[in-house]
Design a protein around this ligand. Structure first.
Ligand code: HEC
Length: 135
C-alpha cells in the first residue's frame, strides 16, 4: 500500500517534473512554522480545522475552508462570493498545489482572515499543510 503510494507519487512527479519542488516547498514552510513555534504538525487537527465552521458577517454567516474549496478536495471548488471555479486542492490531482512558498503564505493569510476572522497560527498552518499534502 505504502509502496504503491510512493510509486504513484514518484510517477506523478516524473510526469510533471514537480515532486522535488513541491516537497522542498512543504519542508521549507514546515521549517518556517517550526521556527515560529509550531507544535509537531498533526494532519487530523488540520482536517478538523479545514472542516470547522466559523461565524462570519452577513451575507456569509457560515464560513469554513470548504465554503470555497468544497468538501472533496480532489474535485473543483466554487468561490462562495464570485462563483468562480477553484481548481482541486489535492496535490495528487493538481500537482501545482503547495509548490510555491509565497503563494501558500499569501492564501493562508487571506483565507484564514476571511474564514476565521484572524490569521492562522503557525501550528494551524502546519497542521493544514500536512493534511493537504497527503491528499
Ligand atoms: C472565500 C473563498 C475561499 C475560502 C473560504 C478559502 N479559500 Fe483558499 N483559496 C481561495 C482562492 C480564490 C485561492 C486561489 C486560487 C487557486 O489557488 O485556485 C485559494 C488558494 C488557497 C491556497 C493556495 C494553495 C496553492 O498552493 O495553490 C491555500 C493553501 C488555501 N487556499 C488555503 C485555505 C484555507 C486553509 C482555508 C480555510 C481557512 C481556505 N483556503 C478558505 C479561496 C478561498
Amino acid at each position: 500500500m505504502k509502496t504503491t503510494y510512493l510509486f504513484i507519487l514518484l510517477f506523478t512527479g516524473l510526469a510533471t517534473g514537480n515532486v522535488a519542488a513541491e516537497t522542498s516547498t512543504i519542508n521549507e514552510l514546515l521549517n518556517l512554522y517550526k521556527q515560529q513555534g509550531a507544535a509537531t504538525p498533526n494532519a487530523q487537527a488540520g482536517q478538523r480545522l479545514w472542516h470547522k465552521t466559523f461565524t462570519g458577517t452577513v451575507p456569509f454567516t457560515e464560513r469554513s475552508c470548504t465554503s470555497c474549496h468544497g468538501d472533496d478536495l480532489k474535485r473543483v471548488g466554487k468561490h462562495v462570493k464570485t462563483n468562480k471555479i477553484i481548481k482541486p486542492m489535492a496535490p495528487s490531482v493538481n500537482p501545482g498545489r503547495l509548490s510555491k512558498t509565497s503563494k501558500v503564505e499569501k492564501w493562508f493569510k487571506r483565507n484564514c482572515k476571511w474564514t476565521l476572522d484572524r490569521e492562522c497560527t503557525a501550528t494551524e498552518k502546519a497542521n493544514i499543510l500536512v493534511y493537504l499534502k497527503q491528499l
